[in-house]
Design a protein around this ligand. Structure first.
Ligand code: PLP
Length: 381
């Protein structure tokens, strides 16, 4: 019997056709599909600048490079996150302070950010990296107020939140519009809202930052406008370009994003209906009316201590029933590379002990979702 994965891409014939078309062009990198994809993204997010790059990790690195972060600069980021932003920051020798997260959502809250600043007596913070765990972008305007007060920049690690929106002045704005942040970053990995195989996106409204993104994405090269064969190197840059083949897939997927989000939303609501009043030891993700999520993950919280079980046994039980679950994420402070062992993150610890993601993806079959619900409910019998 086949496993039900916790996430999976949705690829159709239209996607395949456009990828094939891209292969017939003279340029299969830095060609027309890159430009088309970037223009569509710019419109989609309603931002000034939008760049495709080779991964979400590259997008985060470009974000940190383009705002001029340097060795020993102080930045804040969530204790619960995929390792990409931490790795990139440490590779730039930045001083990273981890912020504890909410014990149910796994996300930093404005209060937690303020606690971290106070507890560590931080001054001259350069940037805060936010991560919308599972695709639920809450508190954006509150973070923006803190940013203004403490005079730092906000980078959104919105790798889970492509397609997510938040309300502002009675309208909904896209995550990526950068109205209340300086840079947004996204991943186009197969499990995300849309995919380009591998890939990433960086958006900003700031002209200087946008110039830097372009430079760092392509080896720091500035071409001579008159003589294309001449160029200068202005920065120690990278090759973080995304090929036309990937951009063709991204472009085709972007056309379907509303359909994708609608499907995810219906899966989300079915889980919520089944689980929200099912058992007091199982909590499901809820969100405020001020956001429209991307429904990237469905993270459940189980009070394992109360039911005298543990998360590993529960995951094994799901696996035995051919259901994959995942933890998003192992806290950064638990990894060998983390060297500030004396800090403590009590709510991240609770979140980590009790939370896990269950399957949610565009073509999750009704019968498979019914099975997942039944198997989880049976666990509590
Ligand atoms: C929150 C978050 N940040 C960063 C990344 C890195 O993205 P990529 O895998 O495209 O490098 C991911 C992808 O897994 C992610 O989920």
């Amino acid at each position: 019997m086949k496993y039900i994965p916790y996430g999976k891409q949705y690829i159709d014939n239209e996607d395949k056709k456009l990828v094939l078309d891209s292969l017939s062009n003279d340029l299969i990198t830095t060609g027309p599909f890159v430009e088309k994809f970037e223009n569509k993204l710019k419109k989609y997010f309603a931002c000034n600048y939008s760049y495709a790059c080779s991964s979400g990790t590259a997008a985060l690195h470009l974000a940190m490079l383009s705002i001029g972060l340097k060795k020993d600069d102080i930045i804040l980021m969530p204790a619960i996150n995929f390792i990409a932003s931490y790795n990139m920051a440490k590779s730039m020798q930045l001083k990273v302070y981890l912020v504890d997260v909410d014990k149910y959502t796994g996300q930093v809250t404005p209060d937690k950010v303020l606690d971290c600043i106070k507890k560590n007596k931080l001054k001259k913070i350069k940037a805060l990296i936010l991560m919308y765990n599972g695709g639920y972008p809450e508190y954006i305007q509150k973070f923006y107020e803190i940013k203004k007060k403490h005079n730092f920049l906000i980078i959104e690690d919105a790798c889970h939140a492509l397609g997510g929106e938040y309300s502002y002045k009675k309208k909904f704005l896209k995550i990526g519009s950068c109205k209340h942040s300086d840079i947004s970053t996204f991943s186009l990995h197969p499990l995300k809202s849309i995919t380009s195989g591998e890939g990433g996106i960086v958006t900003t409204n700031n002209t200087k930052i946008s110039k830097n993104i372009k430079l760092f994405r392509n080896h720091g090269i500035l071409r001579n406008k008159k003589n294309y064969w001449n160029y200068d190197i202005l920065e120690y840059g990278y090759n973080y370009r995304l090929s036309d083949i990937n951009c063709a897939l991204g472009l085709s997927q972007l056309k379907k994003i509303s359909f994708f989000l609608k499907k995810r939303k219906s899966i989300y609501f079915k889980y919520v209906k089944e689980f929200e009043n099912f058992n007091q030891n199982l909590t499901v993700p809820k969100y405020s009316i001020s956001i429209k999520p991307s429904y990237h993950l469905f993270i459940i919280n189980i009070n394992f201590e109360k039911i005298k079980k543990n998360k590993n046994l529960f995951i094994k039980y799901l696996n035995k029933n051919n259901i994959m679950a995942q933890q998003h994420y192992i806290p950064i402070y638990k990894f060998s590379v983390y060297n500030q062992k004396k800090s403590s993150f009590p709510d991240s610890e609770k979140y980590f002990n009790n939370s896990l993601s269950i399957p949610i993806f565009v073509n999750l079959k009704n019968k498979d979702q019914n099975k997942i619900i039944k198997v989880i409910k049976n666990y509590f019998k």
